[in-house]
Design a protein around this ligand. Structure first.
Ligand code: ACO
Length: 325
């Protein structure tokens, strides 16, 4: 009998500090950087984002989201036997955010590690957890996407600093004889390194290179639209389903125009797309589990529905997870 992995609880966390486009525009204006609510809304759909406090690390956001997911699943941290965190903005170079979350949750012993696939990080982490559950090496996994992108933004570059926010989302996956995750699909192509990257790194006690996000927005846009359709179709084919079977599309929340054009290619009505980018901005690896938790908690997503989760991000990396909720 096939072992599936099923989502039995979701949770998310947003830092307290919320900035509308007008708030951010006012802050940027003090540094001589000009932007406007109109420009940001028209080009991206973003209206607000949250920024972490100075004393919060990525593991703090991740732990809050994890607690809520554990609560929703009715489990204690000690019931978890695998922790994976998708992140590109860890508290430290090492150890991993996952081991810090494990300790903050008051548990120990189970494997815990991070996955670095930028905005596809949660899709990668979920796929690995699903594979480990299918092979019997884990029974209950905590899978998190958590980011503090505000730490790697250049607030003098208006083409990037208006796009991102901080946050975390989490799911608990459990082994089950009922579906569950139906199909997964992962890809990467390293030749696109330069269109989205943070080139700086720690070197002999200093930082070598520029430690802020660099992006060629139009190149990213074109690439994202193409691969999001391809990976969704690949997962559907693996599960012998068609686009008509999808109840909810939960894409990476980067830009409303990318999401709308993906929905159009999959012949889905825009009201079947879960959109949180307007309130959260692009939270990278946190964006998909944040959107999922939002739509679970507001009652849009119901048990038995078919969900298409899909992400794309720096690397480039991309992929999808098709599941029965
Ligand atoms: N406020 C006001 N004006 C701005 C701003 C801003 N924040 N940013 C750029 N502009 C100006 C530019 O200077 C330019 O002015 P010019 O015509 O006088 O030279 C003008 O607006 C148009 O700039 P473009 O870069 O051509 O704008 P575009 O329509 O391509 O939109 C954007 C830019 C929003 C970044 C778009 O390319 C995009 O969304 N790309 C996808 C990137 C993305 O989603 N990245 C997320 C990370 S990757 C991922 O998550 C998959």
């Amino acid at each position: 009998m096939r072992i599936y992995s099923r989502i039995i609880g979701t949770g998310s966390y947003l830092p307290e500090k919320r900035l509308t486009n007008a708030d951010l525009a006012a802050e940027l204006a003090q540094q001589g950087v000009e932007t406007s609510d109109d420009w940001i809304v028209e080009r991206t759909g973003i209206r607000a984002r949250h920024f972490a406090a100075d004393n919060q690390g990525c593991s703090d956001l991740a732990t809050e989201a994890a607690r809520k997911a554990l609560n929703a699943a009715g489990l204690a941290a000690s019931d978890i036997d695998l922790i994976i965190v998708g992140t590109s903005t860890p508290d430290m170079v090492f150890p991993s955010v996952a081991t810090m979350v494990q300790h903050k949750l008051g548990t120990a012993g189970c494997p815990a590690f991070d996955v670095q696939a930028v905005c596809s990080g949660f899709i990668y982490a979920l796929t690995i957890a699903d594979a480990m559950i299918q092979t019997g090496s884990a029974k209950r996994a905590l899978v998190i996407g958590a980011e503090i992108f505000s730490r790697i933004l250049d607030f003098k570059d208006r083409t990037t600093c208006v796009l991102f926010g901080d946050g975390a989302g989490a799911v608990i996956l459990e082994a089950s004889d009922q579906p569950g995750i139906l199909a997964t699909d992962l890809h990467a192509d390293g030749k696109y390194k330069d269109i989205l990257c943070v080139p700086g790194h720690v070197n002999r006690g200093g930082i070598l290179g520029d430690p802020v996000l660099k992006m060629d927005g139009q190149a990213v846009f074109k690439l994202a639209v193409g691969v999001l359709e391809e990976t969704a179709r690949a997962s559907l084919a693996k599960a012998n389903l068609t686009d008509a079977d999808i109840d909810w599309l939960i894409p990476h929340q980067a830009n409303i125009r990318i999401m709308q054009s993906t929905a159009k290619k999959l012949k889905m009505s825009p009201d079947k797309v879960v959109v949180t980018v307007d309130q959260h901005g692009n939270t990278s690896a946190a964006s998909i589990p944040l959107a999922l938790d939002t739509a679970v908690r507001d009652g849009r997503i119901q048990r038995g529905q078919t969900l298409m989760l899909e992400g794309v991000g720096g690397g480039f990396t991309w992929g999808s997870v098709l599941l029965r909720y």
